[in-house]
Design a protein. Structure first.
Length: 288
């Protein structure tokens, strides 16, 4: 009997005179049946064409509900962070949906005239100065805020590309955002809510995960985003490509490939032909 299934089942049943068995998942029904045999606080009876559950010992039932889900008064709970509410609900901050509402992207300026503006509040992040003085900066972003930049925004998934920026095209004036493997849903929501930069460019590994992230980005932004192909990528894929990485991310590739635009098709076709994927750090390697 899993505690999670039992908690969910008891909370469904709480305050109800009876509840059809069809309202519970298989795991919840199993947990309820074991709980009924162990405590006698719940009955399962045949009614019509199906079974129904009911509480037959309210005091014992309430005691177990309190143990599994301490709860809070609604007026108190609504003032608390979501994960604190989860601790009260299930003694576990990661119960239910546990993602924080705000997201803090790590940003770095490339060039000496890069800044971000919050149109509604009048705030400004002079990213070039922050990068010069501190190495990087961050914003607290939420999907409905008004932060935007007049320069381009590049997204990279590996820290080496964030630490060292000499791989970027000469003369680039842009913000570089490090996202670490998977594009966060809150970042995608923020990017899709309103225009955030003059251009949004994803430079990811040429593998199933990277292409899947581009498909997700296009779902949020449509044609207002690009996938960057490094110079001489064809030769680098053939020379430095990994069969193992291709195999490990093939299921992501298969799901994403049909959603990708024509400019990326040549890359995907070559990846399929060679049975190889390529990590983005190859941008620094010679092509021959």
């Amino acid at each position: 009997m899993t505690e999670q299934a039992l908690r969910a089942a008891l909370l469904k049943l709480q305050g109800k005179s009876t509840l059809p068995a069809s309202q519970f998942t298989a795991a919840q029904r199993m947990a309820l049946d074991q709980f009924a045999r162990r405590t006698g606080a719940v009955n399962c009876l045949r009614q019509g064409r199906g079974d129904v559950y009911s509480v037959c010992d309210q005091a014992v039932f309430d005691t177990h509900v309190s143990q599994l889900s301490p709860r809070l008064e609604p007026s108190i709970a609504e003032q608390l962070p979501l994960r604190a509410q989860h601790v009260a609900h299930a003694r576990d901050s990661k119960a239910r949906r546990h993602q924080h509402g705000s997201y803090y992207p790590l940003l770095k300026a490339v060039g000496d005239a890069v800044s971000w503006h919050e149109a509604e509040g009048g705030s400004e992040l002079v990213l070039s100065a922050a990068t010069r003085d501190f190495g990087a900066a961050s914003l607290c972003i939420q999907s409905d805020d008004a932060w935007h930049s007049e320069q381009a925004l590049w997204l990279v998934e590996n820290q080496a590309l964030f630490d060292r920026t000499d791989w970027l095209p000469e003369g680039t004036q842009a913000s570089l955002l490090y996202y670490g493997g998977q594009l966060d849903g809150r970042l995608l929501s923020w990017l899709g809510h309103r225009p955030r930069a003059s251009q949004v460019i994803l430079f990811a590994d040429y593998d199933g995960v990277g292409l899947s992230n581009f498909a997700r980005l296009r779902e949020a932004l449509g044609d207002a985003c690009d996938f960057w192909l490094m110079p001489q990528w064809e030769a680098k894929l053939a020379r430095y490509g990994s069969v193992q990485l291709w195999r490990d991310t093939l299921r992501h590739f298969t799901k994403a490939v049909a959603q990708l635009p024509a400019p990326v098709r040549e890359l995907t076709e070559q990846m399929q032909h060679l049975g190889m994927a390529l990590e983005q750090e190859a941008v620094w390697l010679p092509s021959s």
